[in-house]
Design a protein around this ligand. Structure first.
Ligand SMILES: [Zn+2]
Length: 452
């Protein structure tokens, strides 16, 4: 989830936090409409919706066929998808076209050759100020369980690297759970453990809000990284086998998490700061440290994170243009943050920004490979958590375009498979191994430790 503007984040004062965080910023949409308009391909065929070349240039048909063949064999993992929000709020069950302006559906997952989907349990900071963060997380977990119950032939709940490989063999899509925002555990290690028992396999330590134990990239600088309790959270995640996700956190928190974690860390949806200078992206020194730690950076596709120099001015202009309509929504839905966000997304979708060329996104993969190495990059698009994406990478059906572009740039089949999913699987399996080595003791210290 990354739809907020930087302007909103920068002017946040403590009294205004609840109001601003419940405000869907005008981050934009390239439109569910354009994404659905060319959906004419064969059902379940990877790349069926990707036949039109994203940039409109003629496609090398032989290379495209090779891309599809590689893609079909590969394990393809999306580590961050926010479709869980409409699944929870609107009981959207992933069958049929997604409700406007969202873009994820079962059919599109199949068309994209997806092997595993991490359903993001994004908990708005509103639930911190109003109560119910853990309850909201539980409701979102339930929506994913219900989707699996409704579609037993297509989806299977997965909680391990081996589960993902098994799902691929069974021709099903592995459904996994990841918490976005450490405030979801309400400062309770017991609650963290309960979420693990329900199947949650990663937790993003913060969202854009600094919480009681970790600073966020766009939040207040309060702890200068992880607090002592934050370090305990990371150690308990290691012991459980829950991946430590450093997307959204401040550089200091990222550095601390890498220091404390005994298992490799992930960034479930972050790109390279050198190519797009936003605090949510990862600077070179931390890319190198994640590589040394054995972790993986899953590239975020959101256009602002791909090329802020081009997109942010367009976004700002749109925000100014839509301010009146947004203010009216803020007033109308001031007590309903979920509805407010949905209506804001619709407004964005009706006012799309011009999409970036796909090459700009592939540049991030190239760059992280150059700085961190081929073993430390993957894909975490942030679909349905942001609204503007590059041409040809606008929803889960379009993954084969990435494989094609990587082939065009000379990546080998083995390297492409690493990027599509094998790097993440290696990290996941290693976190499980670390957990087994640490889990000889009884859960935690048995206390209901709260830090306030
Ligand atoms: Zn996010």
């Amino acid at each position: 989830m990354d739809r907020r503007t930087f302007a909103a984040a920068l002017v946040v004062g403590s009294m205004l936090v609840a109001v601003l965080y419940s405000r869907p910023a005008r981050a934009g949409a390239s439109g569910g409409g354009s994404a659905t308009s060319n959906a004419h391909g064969a059902h379940g065929e990877p790349g069926a919706r990707a036949r039109q070349s994203p940039a409109g240039e003629p496609r090398d048909e032989k290379l495209w066929q090779r891309a599809l063949a590689i893609h079909r064999k590969a394990i393809v993992i999306d580590t961050h998808n926010d479709v869980t929000t409409p699944m929870t709020n609107d009981d959207y069950d992933l069958a049929g076209p997604p409700p406007v302006p969202y873009r994820t559906s079962l059919e599109r997952m199949k068309q994209g050759g997806l092997s595993a989907e991490f359903f993001s349990l994004y908990v708005r900071p509103w639930y911190v100020t109003h109560g119910g963060a853990a309850r909201r997380t539980l409701d979102m977990i339930d929506s994913v369980y219900r989707a699996v119950e409704r579609h037993p032939n297509d989806l299977i709940l997965a909680t391990s690297a081996a589960d993902i490989r098994r799902a691929k063999k069974q021709k099903k899509i592995a459904a996994l759970l990841g918490i976005e925002g450490g405030h979801a555990i309400e400062n309770s290690l017991a609650t963290l453990r309960e979420f693990y028992r329900l199947g949650v396999r990663y937790m993003t330590l913060t969202w854009n809000n600094t919480n009681d134990w970790a600073d966020a990239a766009r939040g207040e600088r309060k702890h200068h990284g992880l607090s002592p309790f934050g370090e305990e959270v990371v150690r308990e995640m290691n012991r459980l086998g829950m991946l430590v996700d450093v997307s959204h956190v401040s550089d200091e928190t990222m550095s601390d998490a890498i220091d404390v974690s005994k298992a490799p860390v992930i960034a479930s949806h972050s790109s390279a700061r050198a190519l797009s200078n936003v605090p949510r992206n990862i600077p070179d020194d931390l890319l190198r440290r994640i590589a040394k730690n054995g972790g993986v950076v899953q590239v975020n596709f959101y256009s602002v994170f791909v090329d802020t120099a081009t997109v942010t001015p367009q976004n700002d202009a749109r925000n100014r243009r839509l301010k009146g309509q947004q203010d009216a929504l803020d007033e109308k839905y001031r007590d309903d943050p979920e509805r407010l966000a949905e209506e804001g997304d619709k407004l964005d979708a009706a006012n799309p920004l011009p999409p970036l060329p796909l090459s700009k996104l592939i540049d991030h993969i190239d760059y992280i490979v150059k700085v961190a190495g081929i073993d430390h990059v993957g894909l975490g698009p942030d679909f349905d958590g942001a609204m503007d994406f590059p041409e040809g990478a606008q929803d889960v059906s379009m993954y084969p375009n990435i494989t094609y572009e990587l082939l065009k740039r000379g990546y080998s089949e083995q390297d492409i498979r690493k990027i599509l999913g094998e790097n993440f699987l290696r990290v996941f399996a290693e976190a499980e191994r670390v957990s087994r080595s640490l889990s000889k003791s009884i859960s935690g210290d048995g206390s209901v430790k709260r830090i306030r």
